[in-house]
Write a protein that binds this ligand. Sequence first.
Ligand SMILES: [Zn+2]
Length: 256
Amino acid sequence: MLIDTHCHLDFSVFKDLSALLVASRSIGVAHFIVPSTTAESWSGVVALQKQHSEISVALGLHPYFLDSFKHHHLEQLEAALLTNDVVAVGEIGLDKWPRMPDYELQQEVLLAQLKIAQKHHLPVILHARKSEDDLLKVIRQARFSRGGIVHAFNGSLEQAKRFKKLGFVLGIGGTVTYPRAKKAQRVLQALADEDFVLETDSPDMPVSGYQGQVNTPLRVVDIARVVANLRQQSVADVARYTSANLQRVLPNWHKV
Ligand SMILES: [Zn+2]
């Protein structure tokens, strides 16, 4: 069994979700973690979870979408965590790409959400883009100790080790499937089995060979195959230990 630990199945591009879930299951992709992006998106992802037992959700405020952020969203987040079954607070983090929302506000909202996650004993799903060192700093500042997943990890082995010390595993997705992604492949080869989980980041981050198409959880199989090849393991082994890793960092994933 393979698990897509990061897919935005609430995005409107997924028109026939039931058919997609059936197709995914038929090739061994059996569970899906759907993180949210804005306060407005929370009711939609919670509805998905209620409709489909193979979907688990995380609630949070994504740094990419902070243009619509209001301070009362933080109180609403705490209330929503108490009334819904969630596996993590997410997707939260820092994005240092040009033209991203105010970086100071990003750090402030991240810090507040890490404190909320700590208070409610929840792990987090982190978004990192050119911001790994700053993320590590804010995690320490928040005294956050519940760990979670650094999704679409694209940092160095040194940064990977620092996240591991703080209880995180790394989300490995489409990037490693590109032959030119030598650095990401070398990092993957140096990780221990216990260090990562698999994800597609659907509908974004297409897998090599599928550029220009909407990415879907079906592609976890392709990612697992590339990972197995690069690490000289079997796909069955990769499936087994990445599922065990998810169980360790997001222990509620199968209960909801
Ligand atoms: Zn995402």
